[in-house]
Design a protein around this ligand. Structure first.
Ligand code: RB5
Length: 186
């Protein structure tokens, strides 16, 4: 289905989603996506999701991968962790509607799922839907994301008053391709 619309995708999990990650990687590659595996690279019941999710999230922000898939047992820890990285808009998604609308309206760039809460068929539908969706760029969504970006910028500067919803600006620029990002740096 996805050939011709292939993306460079990053994926990460702890032990709670290891089997699901392996299955999703095979499916992603089978339909033409390039997959960067941020681990875990083996099933280790003692591993910790931040050790894999943080590098994935940083790669998304850096433009090294276009979108991220973060998995843990429930998906909650992965979502909490990913959203600590400035520039990440991660959502815990277990339904088809949100996998699409999360991108179209909220410009979600990391989808989080639970390896212990959904099966591989549902997970694959969510991933396909997430990767096929594009941000609408609609004014109301730019306005809302501008408020989120404004808060993020205030917090980054350590300014008092962070938490106010000043309009801010949001260009929707997080959807550049990896090639475009490389070109801009050179
Ligand atoms: C690990 O056992 C589990 O806590 C983790 O994968 C995840 O579910 C956390 O949200």
């Amino acid at each position: 289905m996805t050939l011709g619309l292939s993306k460079r995708v990053g994926i990460a999990t702890d032990h709670g989603g290891f089997a699901l990650k392996e299955e999703l990687m095979a499916q992603l590659r089978a339909v033409g996506h390039e997959v960067v595996d941020f681990g875990a690279h083996g099933l280790n019941p003692g591993d910790d999701y931040p050790d894999f999710v943080i590098p994935l999230a940083q790669a998304v922000v850096a433009g090294q991968v276009e979108r991220g898939i973060a998995i843990c047992g429930s998906g909650v820890g992965a979502a909490v962790c990913a959203n600590k990285i400035p520039g990440i808009r991660a959502g815990l998604v277990h339904d088809h509607f949100s996998a699409r609308q999360g991108v179209e309206d909220d410009h979600m760039n990391v989808i989080c799922m639970g390896g212990r809460t959904i099966g591989p068929a549902v997970a694959w539908d969510l991933v396909e839907t997430f990767l096929a969706a594009e941000f609408s760029g609609a004014e109301r969504h730019l306005r809302r994301l501008g408020k989120v970006a404004s808060l993020e910028a205030q917090l980054a500067c350590g300014r008092q008053g962070a938490g106010t919803t000043s309009p801010g600006t949001y260009s929707g620029g997080g959807e550049r391709t990896v090639g475009e990002k490389v070109a801009r740096k050179s």
